[in-house]
Design a protein around this ligand. Structure first.
Ligand SMILES: *Cc1c(COP(=O)(O)O)cnc(C)c1O
Length: 232
């Protein structure tokens, strides 16, 4: 018998606690269960095991599952790349968009939130491209200060911090420099802008312990909770 979702969650919570003990940057860590490709039943199981944060990477997929999950008091994060023509729907369906990487997109989310007359600001994270490959999503490091400055002036958005998806490397120790880069950028920006930027969303199933040692406040974990995903 493979372990249940609840067993996986307990094991991960234990590993998170240990990683925090070994961190020179001790901080609270929120576990975001990445439920993309998995059915609403699996989300319910994770919810019953105590999780309250979930990450999906596609607007349409989440809209399909949401009606079955209306009763859950959870925070729903969009963690995948958002196409601008879906931004209005994203602003409605999610509590947080963790993958904002350009200003036009931020403006669209802000505008959509105004139209909805939402009382709460939409939380956003700026996704930073921590490696140099042009094919990857995320804002380039040198553009982030200006992007942050502009987004932080939008009335209906609240920039809580930064997010990154580093390269997948077999040896998670080799991912450490990317996490360090994101933390340093956050620290620099908090210093220069005076914005608190408390959130660092980094670390996935195979490297979250390293991310926590480098100051992650949110880890996004799919496979280690729900099992392997079907190939797209
Ligand atoms: C799928 C995904 C994750 C989770 O990845 P796992 O390796 O399954 O833990 C985290 N973050 C983002 C942005 C993802 O798309």
């Amino acid at each position: 018998m493979p372990p249940t979702i609840r067993e996986n969650i307990l094991r991960i919570q234990d590993r998170i606690a240990k990683a925090k003990q070994n961190s020179p940057h001790p901080t609270d860590v929120t576990l975001i269960a990445v439920s993309k490709t998995h059915p609403p039943e699996s989300i319910c199981e994770a919810y019953e095991a105590g999780l309250r944060h979930f990450g999906e990477n596609r607007v349409q997929e989440w809209e399909g599952k949401r009606p079955q999950l209306e009763d859950l008091q959870a925070t729903w994060h969009l963690i995948g790349h958002l196409q601008s023509n879906k931004s209005a729907r994203a602003a409605k369906a999610f509590d947080s968009v963790d993958s904002v990487d350009d200003f036009a997109l931020a403006q669209r989310l802000d505008h959509a939130r105004t139209e909805l007359s939402a009382t709460e600001k939409l939380r956003v994270l700026i996704e930073v491209r921590v490696e140099n490959e042009a094919t990857k999503t995320g804002a380039e490091v040198h553009t982030v200060p200006q992007l942050l400055e502009k987004i932080s002036q939008l009335k209906n958005l609240e920039v809580a911090g930064l997010m990154c998806i580093p390269p997948f490397l077999e040896d998670p120790e080799k991912v450490r420099p990317y996490f360090q880069r994101l933390r340093k950028l956050r620290d620099d920006l908090a210093g220069t802008t005076g914005l608190p930027l408390p959130v660092l969303s980094m670390g996935m199933s195979h490297d979250f312990e390293i991310a926590i040692q480098e100051g992650a406040t949110e880890v996004r974990i799919g496979t280690a909770i729900f099992g392997t995903r079907p190939n797209p």
